[in-house]
Design a protein around this ligand. Structure first.
Ligand SMILES: [Zn+2]
Length: 164
């Protein structure tokens, strides 16, 4: 009995930690567990000075396991958030103000993206000249994302995404 009570307390504590609220900021939820660090990169979170909480392999009723990111005191442009759809189309974005959810939305795949992914073609001008940023049209082929390079017209497909 004592042991099971202790266990319950430990579980409750753990849950508390997992859901520990931020007063103001953005939560990116339902990220596939293996894509969390790519999302960190897309949002440029390595350089922010506000607290960032990252959860990986968190249990999720809907997806088995998932990841989340909470960024205190920061809100992002929809354009930036939609880049997340490239790696985590299931992600949801929750904006929090004064501990309350003020906005909840899903991400949408953008039509064009710039700078975040490398062109797969080693001979592309964006790989030869470092001051030319990458630029792509986003295409969906059989449910998979393909990026068509603005400069060399070559495809970069999902499995070849290399984030800059
Ligand atoms: Zn190219």
């Amino acid at each position: 009995m004592i042991f099971s009570n202790l266990y319950i307390i430990a579980m409750e504590k753990r849950k508390e930690l997992i859901v520990s609220a931020i007063e103001n900021g953005t939560v990116i939820d339902h990220i596939p567990a293996d894509k969390v660090f790519q999302v960190v990169k897309i949002l440029g979170l390595e350089t922010v000075s506000t607290p960032v909480y990252v959860g990986i392999n968190v249990e999720s009723k809907k997806y088995g396991t998932k990841g989340f990111i909470k960024v205190a005191d920061k809100y992002f442009d929809p354009e930036v958030l939609n880049k997340i759809a490239l790696v985590a189309p299931t992600a949801s974005i929750i904006e929090i103000k004064g501990y309350e959810v003020v906005r909840k939305q899903t991400v949408e795949i953008p039509e064009r993206i710039e700078k975040i992914v490398k062109c797969f073609n080693p001979n592309c001008v964006t790989n030869k000249e470092h001051d030319i940023p990458t630029k792509f049209r986003v295409k969906k082929v059989d449910g998979k994302i393909r990026l068509v390079c603005h400069y060399c017209e070559k495809y970069t497909s999902e499995e070849n995404f290399e984030f800059l």
